[in-house]
Design a protein around this ligand. Structure first.
Ligand SMILES: Cc1ncc(COP(=O)(O)O)c(C=O)c1O
Length: 397
């Protein structure tokens, strides 16, 4: 999945234009920057590629999630529904605002189960946050319908799924707000970076101000700019944006390689009786960053992952046992281990996750293996890998 594999001259050229001027900040210094505005250029390119009116480039995907929620007015005590299978950044961003993460079961899409989401909606629910893990999405039409019925916002965490689409729209552009990560191991990278996209001008203005200490960016004297509300510093640097700009221009090239390698593996694994693939909702197209499948039992899945690694098939994850991506190992969340005091709303409203029943999530994730797709594999290497995978899986099935 990572664009860093193909970091090259195009990225170096963009970075050199920044280092030649020495203007590393995205705002101001107009006279010195020789016309180079890499963050703004990447925002314009993102708007075009994602078919949205607004994009705000920021320092990380975690920042993007926090800013997206803040820009829509999410705050203390508001509840945000998110899946049990995600990266910890999802609940970190919610907690950063004093809002409350409400974990909900996944289904065979490996993302939010709309039936479980409906059951979790309450008086304080403000947002449904599907997380497009490993390159694919939930049934977004069903989630959108729930949002409309209950007056909620749909905020897409598309950090792992840039380039996928749903109902003809790029992932991230389907909801009220969408978030991307451009950290070092994402499909395209800035080194570190992220973005919030939307079609809502007010959310965009809020995101623009919030991510830069509340600066309203009116005029060209930073010291004289207004501060309509409190913000933080989630700015991206021009150096990071320069890398991302070059990578974004290459996104479709990367996706094509991912799709080719994914298809070789999938076609081979499809011949194995009893092996099931993650389901992709109708109208959805993955970004092909991972190939995810289910073994018949938890034991077989754990064993198969170990055996694949032993046989040299790297990058196949058994997320069920992972400390960062599945609720089972999030005792720092469930026991609210924080450095300082926790907002009272979080303390009072956070469900007692030690008693929660996420057996539906266990059912799917306990049997799942997700194998990442690399861009630099040749066709021959990918075929060889697929043959090894088929041999190992068949032996253990
Ligand atoms: C699903 C998901 N959301 C959010 C993030 C956070 O992105 P970042 O590392 O840029 O903060 C990640 C990063 O791995 C992710 O996988």
């Amino acid at each position: 999945m990572p664009g860093f594999e193909l970091f090259g001259d195009l990225e170096r050229k963009e970075v050199k234009e920044v280092t030649d001027t020495g203007v590393l900040m995205r705002y101001g210094f107009e006279g010195m920057r020789n016309g180079h505005w890499k963050a703004s250029a990447m925002e314009a390119a993102l708007c075009e590629r994602m078919q949205v009116k607004h994009a705000q480039l920021v320092s990380s995907g975690t920042a993007a999630l926090t800013i997206a929620l803040a820009s829509a007015g999410v705050g203390a005590g508001d509840e945000v529904i998110l899946p049990t299978f995600t990266f910890v950044a999802s609940f970190e961003s919610i907690l950063a605002l004093g809002a409350v993460p409400i974990l909900v079961d996944i289904d065979d899409t490996l993302t939010l189960d709309p039936i479980a989401v409906e059951r979790a909606i309450g008086d304080r629910t403000k947002v449904i946050m599907p997380v497009h893990m490993c390159g694919s999405m939930a049934n977004l039409n069903a989630l959108r319908a729930l949002c409309e019925t209950h007056g909620l916002l749909l905020v897409e965490d598309a950090c792992q799924a840039i380039g996928g689409s749903y109902a003809g729209k790029p992932l991230g552009s389907f909801g009220d707000l969408g978030c991307f990560s451009f950290d070092y191991v994402k499909t395209i990278t800035c080194g570190e970076g992220g973005a919030v996209i939307s079609n809502n001008q007010q959310y965009h203005l809020n995101a623009d101000h919030y991510s830069d200490h509340g600066h309203d960016h009116v005029g060209n004297d930073r010291g004289a700019e207004g501060h309509p509300f409190l913000g933080y510093n989630y700015r991206i640097s021009e150096l990071n944006a320069a890398v991302g700009l070059a990578q974004l221009r290459r996104l479709d090239e990367f996706l094509e390689l991912q799709k080719r390698n994914y298809t070789i593996l999938r076609n081979a694994l499809q011949t194995i009786p009893g092996l099931k693939f993650r389901s992709v909702p109708e109208g959805g197209i993955e970004n092909y960053s991972f190939l995810s499948f289910f073994l018949p039992t938890e034991e077989k899945a754990a064993l198969t992952q170990k055996e694949l690694t032993k046989e040299g098939v790297d990058g196949c994850f058994y997320w069920y046992d992972n400390n960062w991506h599945y609720y089972r190992k999030w005792e720092h969340l469930t026991q609210l281990k924080t450095l300082g005091k926790v907002p009272i709303e979080v303390k009072e409203q956070l469900p007692d996750y030690s008693k929660a029943d996420f057996s539906r999530s266990d059912h799917w994730l306990g049997r799942n293996i997700s194998c990442l797709i690399k861009l630099t594999w040749t066709r021959k290497e990918t075929i060889e890998r697929s043959e090894t995978m088929v041999r190992v899986i068949k032996k253990l099935l």
